[in-house]
Design a protein around this ligand. Structure first.
Ligand SMILES: Nc1ncnc2c1ncn2[C@@H]1O[C@H](COP(=O)(O)OP(=O)(O)OP(=O)(O)O)[C@@H](O)[C@H]1O
Length: 266
């Protein structure tokens, strides 16, 4: 299912955070949402799953304007994996994974056999089946991430929104997670900080800077030294991976000075 944003603005507490964002994530493709801290990535993603309302422009999920979808329809359409999870409840990892079934359940019917099977299946697919009966609050950061990914997959939604999914993960599981997400073939948009992971796994990238789109397109066309200097204030070089010929980005150890032409006031 395609995601289409047309000239989207988002203001929070009277401050414009996201401005004039137009982008399309074609059905079944993986887009990386990149940008410095505070550039508006989470705000834009939260608007996609209706925590925030756009103050301008439109967002379509497939043929549906999100303003016309009920909360339940949105939850069935968009599965979300974020870092924001309440620790207050005494829930096991399995309980957390089963929360992904809530949009599909009616009333207080409880979990069906299929819900349970699916929850175990997804925990297993993210290497977390052994954590099923552990208290979620007791898990390590990386273990929690796996369970939260399982919960998102349990949704069986056509659209997957990931907010910094590789935070806390060791390099092996970062690669595993990105591979798993890609192989699912869902329409996926993920806020990512690791530009090399984005380059390796995303079909396209959108770079936000101070709430607006600084560049978008294929990773090869977008993640070039000039853009990285202007947006992230880093000196970068592109190299060829010695094993598989992919382009990789290498960063100099020191940060570039702020460019007065690219970092205007919001
Ligand atoms: N609820 C809110 N009310 C007011 N301002 C907010 C709110 N949420 C976020 N902001 C502000 O919006 C700006 C963008 O924040 P956002 O979290 O979207 O950035 P981000 O690109 O995801 O950053 P990071 O990479 O650090 O996670 C920041 O200046 C932040 O302080």
């Amino acid at each position: 299912m395609e995601i289409r944003l047309d000239q989207v603005d988002v203001a929070l507490r009277g401050t414009q955070i996201v401005r004039d964002v137009t982008l399309v994530v074609p059905d079944g493709t993986f887009t990386g949402l990149l940008g410095p801290n505070g550039s508006g990535k989470s705000t834009l993603l939260r608007t996609l799953y209706r925590i925030h309302k756009p103050t301008g422009g439109s967002i379509f999920l497939g043929d549906h304007d999100i303003r016309e979808l009920t909360a339940k329809q949105t939850a069935r359409t968009v599965a979300v994996m974020t870092q924001e999870t309440s620790q207050d409840f005494a829930l096991t990892a399995l309980d957390i994974a089963l929360l992904g079934r809530v949009p599909h359940q009616r009333g207080f019917g409880g979990d069906s056999d299929r819900d349970l099977t699916l929850a175990y299946e997804m925990l297993s697919s993210v290497g977390a089946k052994h954590l099923a009966n552990r208290m979620f609050a007791d898990l390590s950061g990386g273990e929690k991430q796996r369970v939260l990914l399982a919960r998102a997959l349990v949704h069986e939604a056509p659209i997957l929104v990931l907010d910094e999914p590789t935070n806390h993960l060791d390099i092996g599981f970062q690669l595993e997670l990105m591979t798993m997400v890609r192989e699912r073939g869902l329409t996926t948009i993920a806020a990512l900080h690791d530009l090399n992971l984005a380059a390796a796994f995303c079909d396209s990238v959108v770079v936000l800077n101070e709430g607006t789109v600084a560049a978008q397109g294929s990773p090869e066309d977008v993640l070039l030294p000039d853009l990285l200097r202007d947006v992230f204030r880093v000196a970068a070089h592109t190299l060829t991976h010695p094993a598989d010929g992919r382009r990789v980005i290498a960063f100099s150890a020191q940060r570039s000075p702020i460019s007065t032409t690219t970092r205007g006031a919001r």
